[in-house]
Design a protein around this ligand. Structure first.
Ligand code: SAM
Length: 343
């Protein structure tokens, strides 16, 4: 087994590795994050506030004081793990991307044995410390370390599906997509998250659930009322006002604008609405991130890399774009950009 020097590993969820990677880069901005050959394992150099993992859409957990290596055998893995005495712990092993031929239960038992021999005590129900082992079949890797964040499985908050809210419309964004857009956009900046065309409030709810000051605007009074109902139902705090995305006054401390506007590729009106929304921000000399989610005719299957984006909008510096498949004839594109004030 080839040990690597890395001792902090970020384990991503599987729904969109490229978007999850972008989210990790934004949310752990203090660290240097590198890709590995495994599609859902990243290496982090330096320190960051790893507990942010628990509010991220695409991060299972961060594995600290751990490592990553090519999978060989349980015996080889045991040689690499520093099994020290730890009170109130459990070992949790799970898979990414298919099957490395070993039973996760055997790994849990043998690594648990090594910690036991070092004097550790165990609590399988509700442990204070969880030692995680991830088997990633995409590159035949194993990663391990002390888990920060929830780990694999469904988010607690993904139970809050958009169609469970009191006010639902087919335009409502999926919470995990809205959450990743907000986290990519605002990262560690504690300024406002603004959605100037907030619809049913999907983006606002995720921004507020992550404790960011949040403001939504929509010109349709039915949407304004509906998003207020949804925000109250979610038990969070966000301001929603009736207004025009192309004219409203922004607060001074804006971290990011995140928007999912009405948009048809051949509709000049929709393009103009987006341009005028951006001009309104530029005119107020506000520097911020700007993340746009647009519908496209066909989804992309490439969930591992950024895609090319041929949209040019005055005032907007496009950094990256990601394709999101929805179904055969519909996709979305998430465009990550920034706005800098004009001199
Ligand atoms: C695609 S929907 C947004 C959906 C939203 N992300 C959600 O999760 O429900 C677009 C919204 O833009 C609003 N809108 C269109 N033009 C606007 C304008 N000039 N100013 C403010 N809102 C506008 C529409 O009323 C609609 O609610």
């Amino acid at each position: 087994m080839q040990p690597s020097d890395a001792n902090t590993i970020i384990a991503l969820r599987g729904w969109h590795p490229a978007i999850s990677r972008a989210e990790a880069v934004s949310m752990f901005s203090e660290a240097n994050i590198h890709r590995t050959d495994a599609r859902r394992l990243l290496i982090a150099e330096g320190e960051s506030r790893w507990e942010r993992a628990s509010i991220m859409s695409g991060c299972e957990c961060v594995l600290t004081e751990g490592g990553i290596a090519k999978w060989e055998s349980i015996t080889a893995l045991l040689e690499l793990i520093d099994a020290k005495k730890m009170d109130d712990m459990a070992v949790n092993c799970w898979r990414h991307e298919g099957k490395i031929p070993v039973a996760t239960k055997d790994i849990e038992r043998q690594i648990g044995g090594a910690f036991h021999d070092a004097g550790s005590t165990f609590n399988l129900e509700n442990p204070k410390h969880r030692f995680g082992v991830v088997l990633d079949a995409s590159a035949g890797y194993v990663a391990w370390g002390w888990m920060v964040g929830q780990g694999p499985g469904k988010h607690g908050w993904s139970a809050m599906r958009a169609n469970k809210r009191p006010f639902f419309r087919p335009v409502s964004l999926e919470p995990r997509l809205a959450r990743s857009a907000v986290n990519i956009a605002a990262g560690t900046d504690d300024g406002y998250v603004i959605d100037p065309m907030c619809g049913t409030g999907g983006i606002l709810i995720e921004a507020a659930l992550t404790n960011r000051p949040t403001l939504g605007i929509d010109f349709d009074p039915v949407m304004v009322d509906g998003s207020k109902q949804n925000i109250e139902w979610a038990g969070v705090d966000a301001e929603v006002k009736r207004g025009d995305a192309t004219r409203f006054d922004l607060p001074d401390n804006v971290a990011a604008v995140v928007v999912d506007p009405p948009y048809g590729r051949n509709s000049r009106g929709d393009e103009k609405l987006l341009e005028d929304t951006i001009s309104n921000i530029v005119r107020q000399k506000i520097a911020c991130k700007f993340v746009i989610i647009l519908p496209t005719e066909a989804g992309t299957d490439n969930l591992d890399e950024a895609i090319d984006c041929d949209i040019a909008i005055p005032g907007l510096v496009i950094e990256e774009a990601y394709g999101i498949p929805v179904h055969k004839s519909l996709g979305r594109v998430m465009i990550i950009a920034s706005i800098s004030p004009r001199d």
